[in-house]
Ligand binder design. Structure first.
Ligand code: ISE
Length: 332
């Protein structure tokens, strides 16, 4: 059976996923797209064969010709759209955030428990990046001893839009490090502190950028994170794990090196679509394969809930300039 997939939201990520589903993913067909921006949805659908435009996102979810949904709509409409997916037993790959706050994420977890099986995967694609996956394997093998620290660096060339305020750096960017830390250690974050160094003069007025954030993990490890979204230099994402007998680093960017005119070097990608292209392909292929088996194998609704709670605590820490404890509901 070929999985018939509909994409809701045709902004940067939705359009990227649509192209991947139409051209690179096996055993899946892109059959429909939906977005309140109808001309944009039509323009995207027109790039492929036999892709319908469904005006209302909820109509796409309930469409009998759609087996599974990729949600790339803004976070504030996720709850309603995810609940519709659950009510109609449609597996869904939801770009982060799962929802905007802990309460709505908990409502969603409860609704998923009522469904016949888990249906939600959250789009934390770094878990599928070959280098991140290898880093995790090395650490899990125990060959380096116990993991003590993680140092993450996350730089964007420029913020995606002028409304990308300090809170968005936590909620939309740091959320990836939140997931990486929980995934690498296999445990929850218990405390978050957001430090506010002197901001770059190239950041918009009043925006705290860069930010340095510290997580305390349940088992006592510490994770440091630099997030700098107006770094000018390009897209750079790195993770160094420090263990008892060595370190493991993903994202050194040591691709092809050229030497010419008295200089040597490689290239820095412009954005995440380039840096994580392979990770997105592997993520979506794994999701399609799991959907066809009736399973969820990637980051779950619980991972989405936990990352939302950590980011909310992070936003409080950013406001108040102090460590904030992370309090999760009991895990079902
Ligand atoms: C964006 O939404 C992403 O998910 C990117 O991976 C991240 O680098 C960027 O900061 C976010 O705005």
């Amino acid at each position: 059976m070929t999985l018939r997939v509909g994409v809701v939201g045709v902004g940067t990520m939705g359009a990227d996923h649509a192209g991947r589903l139409a051209r690179r993913i096996a055993n899946a067909d892109l059959v429909a797209v939906s977005d309140p921006d109808l001309p944009r949805a039509k323009e995207l659908a027109g790039q492929f064969n036999d892709v319908r435009v469904v005006e209302e996102p909820l109509d796409l979810v309930t469409d009998p010709g759609v087996d599974a949904v990729v949600l790339a709509s803004p976070g504030w409409v996720h709850e309603e759209q995810l609940l519709a997916c659950l009510a109609h037993a449609k597996p869904v790959l939801c770009e982060k955030p799962l929802t905007m706050d802990a309460e709505s994420s908990l409502r969603l977890l409860a609704a998923e428990r009522e469904a016949s099986r888990p249906l939600v995967q959250v789009g934390f694609m770094r878990r599928f990046d070959p280098e991140y996956a290898e880093l995790k394997q090395v650490l899990d093998s125990g060959s380096l001893g116990r993991t003590l620290l993680l140092h993450n660096v996350h730089r964007n060339k420029a913020a995606p839009n002028p409304d990308f305020r300090s809170e968005m750096i936590v909620r939309d960017s740091l959320v990836h490090e939140v997931d990486v830390a929980r995934w690498v250690f296999g445990e929850e974050i218990v405390e978050i502190t957001v430090h506010s160094p002197s901001p770059s003069s190239l950041a918009p007025d009043g925006v705290q950028d860069p930010q340095v954030t510290v997580f305390r993990m349940a088992g006592g490890a510490v994770v440091t994170n630099e997030v700098f979204v107006n770094s000018q230099l390009g897209y750079e994402v790195r993770c160094e794990a420090v263990a008892e007998r060595g370190t493991a680093t993903a994202g050194l960017g040591s691709g092809v090196v050229t030497r010419t005119r008295g200089r040597w070097g490689g290239s820095v990608p412009d954005d995440y679509r380039v840096r994580f292209a392979r990770a997105y392909d592997l993520e979506v292929q794994a999701w399609v394969d799991a959907c066809r088996r009736g399973e969820v194998t990637g980051p779950t609704a619980w991972d989405g809930y936990a990352s939302t709670v950590v980011c909310s605590a992070g936003m409080a820490s950013l406001r108040e300039g102090r460590p904030v404890a992370v309090e999760l509901a009991a895990r079902p």
